[in-house]
Design a protein around this ligand. Structure first.
Ligand SMILES: C[S@@+](CC[C@H](N)C(=O)[O-])C[C@H]1O[C@@H](n2cnc3c(N)ncnc32)[C@H](O)[C@@H]1O
Length: 230
């Protein structure tokens, strides 16, 4: 059986049981192979834009005896798959901008799909970009691997375009989670926001923005304190 690290395990946990899954940017193919092994995915599409990672996914699927349960696709994002072929789409281990690019290019605007997104960078831009385009985050989970803390979100098309505030862009739905990793994520966000404020203060840029950022860091701290009180 394939063993996933905490980041990919968190992504897998947000995939609906029995769904047909596209794993975009599959690389090693561990996620899709694990989902198929457990029966959590009934069929898989392992997609990658580069040949070498796709070959690596092919080997993983072959060594697990899963080749008949999956299709390998070489291409950008969801190119080559129609919305009717898939229920859930995982896009993990990519930057927030690339994730938005893949969603924009696909243009799947159907609330029946779930997008399980695990961004490595530009996470607050991703949250704001999702709501600005008409998606909503249904659930969010944090996962820690070594010194890194990641977030994974389960997203659906909602048709309603919304602006999100800076707090939501920074922490998403993680204040709702009771998991210790969520508290760790919030601590990291608080520290990041404070650091940005301190750097801006030192370079004397935009004092209103500096004040806003300190207030945002304090707000994240208040969420953490409430969590501690239980
Ligand atoms: C860092 S790896 C992440 C692998 C795996 N999803 C994970 O989270 O461990 C990113 C993979 O995405 C692929 N990739 C990057 N841009 C892509 C795109 N537009 N469409 C499909 N695959 C892409 C890369 O070739 C690479 O294999």
């Amino acid at each position: 059986m394939i063993t996933l690290d905490a980041r990919l395990a968190a992504a897998a946990s947000l995939v609906r049981f029995g769904s047909r899954v596209a794993d975009v940017g599959t690389d090693h193919g561990y996620l899709i192979a694990s989902l198929l092994q457990k029966g959590q995915a009934s069929y898989g599409y392992a997609c990658d834009i580069h040949e070498m990672p796709l070959e690596s996914a092919r080997q993983t699927l072959q060594s697990c005896g899963l080749t008949e349960k999956a299709t390998l696709l070489l291409g950008d994002g969801l190119n080559g798959i129609s919305p009717e072929q898939v229920d859930d789409v995982v896009i993990a281990g990519m930057g927030g901008e690339m994730i938005l690019h893949i969603l924009d290019e696909a243009g799947w605007q159907d609330p029946r799909h779930r997008f399980i997104l695990q961004p490595m960078t530009k996470v607050h831009e991703l949250r704001a970009g999702l709501y600005g385009r008409g998606y909503e985050i249904l659930q969010e989970k944090a996962a820690s691997v070594g010194k890194f803390v990641y977030t994974v979100m389960q997203v659906r098309w909602s048709c309603e375009k919304k602006a999100v505030d800076e707090l939501f862009a920074r922490v998403g739905k993680l204040p709702e989670s009771q998991e210790p990793e969520a508290a760790l994520y919030l601590q990291r966000q608080r520290d990041t926001v404070r650091q940005i404020a301190e750097n801006m203060e030192k370079s004397n840029t935009n004092s209103n923005k500096v004040k806003e950022l300190y207030e945002l860091a304090d707000e994240i701290q208040r969420i953490l304190s409430r969590k501690k009180e239980g």
